[in-house]
Design a protein around this ligand. Structure first.
Ligand code: SF4
Ligand code: SF4
Length: 441
């Protein structure tokens, strides 16, 4: 293992922009190109943009370190053209280096790694493969900042996130991992309504509905959009599976818009959500053949929340089909034709402005600049599983005093996962198999 990769492992770095894949496993390889993903595309979230604006040296250092670890000959930062101040900074920093900037339009889902790789270097991830199969390593800019910190011996103890929506002072902040959401709400001045509110945790498109604000933030938290309980996005996410299926079966008129706008279909992949919906209508969940049209879905939600004129949920139907295929142990055979982007790929990109309007989020779209004040919560509740792999094993006891950066949860040798560290100085109040709670000193 390269010494940099070992430091990344010790620091518990995970992919901050996705499901939390342990970064040391991703970097323990050779690759031709490192792609820094700064193409944030969830409406109303600004944490990557703000992070790049305030910590460009760390992002650049992270790119250098990863390029060195994987012996890459190119490293490219993907960033939206609209972020002119960020681009200006990086142009200055990259002058005379081999780092490149790739400017992207303001569309969704620009940050999907398949899309970013195709746009930046013209390659398509093969069926069932990963970016490394076409010589690429893709990392979110926050992950790269954490790599730079890891190189200096600083583990991951904080996460960047945006709070926006019905909140008094929308902002982007850096908070200790394990901070309960309600303390962040309070720090941001509280909610602007006394009516019931829900949070779209992780974003309006790919995030989850959250109504329990005592839950803690994790290494992969990107932001929270607070909306009234009667907002259409809350209603859409609250529909039961049986409701979704019943409506889908009766109302899908096979207009094919869901497929026409699907970013994976437009990249040339074998995916046609309207056919998945057709199977729902005619064969229920028994038809494995139609289910195959869902296998390449990245769950971006564009079909359900933007394309479908009937407000149906083809994304959920795809998720369901993928699960069924897995449960039944069926194998998927991709078509033998060569992968090639659809001729309309360039022209069917969905602008963030149009998407924000369609989602009913324009009234909540406020600036959320970085808040410089340091935020210290009363306590943190640190999950032992914030990553893909096995949960960390607690290595502290109730009553122990811990300090920031101290390892409190360890991944056993040979297992997949990421170590967990104390995010504040304090006293361990409780230890379970799931969480370690620390009260601030
Ligand atoms: S866009 Fe909606 S109505 Fe049209 S085919 Fe897809 S699911 Fe059916
Ligand atoms: S969620 Fe819909 S639009 Fe997105 S990849 Fe899946 S089928 Fe395509």
């Amino acid at each position: 293992m390269h010494p940099i990769v070992k430091k990344v492992q010790d620091a518990g770095v995970v992919g901050a922009g996705g499901a939390g894949f342990p970064a040391h496993l991703k970097y323990n390889t050779n690759a031709e190109i490192v792609l820094a993903n700064g193409a944030e595309c969830e409406p109303l979230l600004y944490k990557d943009k703000e992070l790049m604006r305030l910590f460009p040296n760390e992002v650049k250092k992270g790119m250098e370190l990863v390029a060195k670890a994987v012996s890459a000959s190119r490293s490219i930062l993907g960033v939206k053209s609209k972020n002119k101040d960020v681009i200006g900074q990086f142009r200055g920093l990259f002058g005379g280096t081999k780092h490149e900037i790739f400017e992207m339009g303001d569309y969704y889902p620009a940050g999907d790694e398949y899309v970013l790789i195709y746009e930046a270097v013209g390659r398509l991830v093969p069926y069932g493969g990963y970016p490394i199969h076409i010589g690429c390593v893709v990392s979110n800019v926050e992950t790269l900042l954490n790599v730079a910190l890891a190189d200096s011996g600083v583990p991951v103890t904080e996460t960047f996130l945006t709070v926006n929506g019905v909140i008094k002072n929308p902002m982007t902040i850096k908070v200790p991992i394990g901070t309960p959401l309600n303390e962040i709400i309070e720090f941001a001045g509280g909610l602007t309504t006394s009516e019931p509110v829900a949070a779209l945790a992780g974003g309006a498109m790919m995030g989850q509905l959250q109504t329990d604000f005592t839950l803690p933030v994790t290494k992969t938290s990107a932001g929270f959009i607070f909306v009234p309980m009667d907002h259409t996005l809350v209603r859409r996410r609250s529909e039961s599976l049986s409701e979704m299926k019943k409506i889908g079966q009766s109302a899908c008129d096979q207009c094919t818009y869901c497929t026409e706008f699907c970013p994976r279909y437009l990249l040339g992949y074998h995916i046609e959500p309207h056919k998945v919906m057709r199977s729902l209508g005619f064969a229920g969940e028994k038809d494995d053949f139609w289910g195959n049209y869902a296998v390449n879905c990245c769950e971006c939600n564009l079909c359900s929340l933007y394309a479908c004129p009937e407000d149906l949920d083809p994304k959920q139907a795809c998720v369901r089909s993928k699960k069924n295929i897995k449960l039944k142990g069926l194998s998927y055979t991709p078509p033998e034709t060569e992968l090639a982007a659809h001729p309309m790929q360039e022209h069917r990109k969905v602008s963030i402005h149009k998407l924000t309007r369609k989602l009913g989020l324009l009234p909540y779209n406020q600036k959320a600049d970085f808040h410089l004040d340091r935020f210290i919560p009363t306590h943190v509740n640190i999950p032992l599983s914030q990553h893909i792999g096995v949960p960390a094993t607690p290595i502290v006891n109730e009553g122990s005093e811990v300090s920031i950066g101290q390892m409190i949860g360890q991944i056993p040798d040979g297992e997949m996962g990421a170590h967990v560290h104390a995010s504040i100085n304090g006293l361990v109040k409780s230890v379970t198999n799931d969480n370690i709670m620390i009260e601030a000193k």
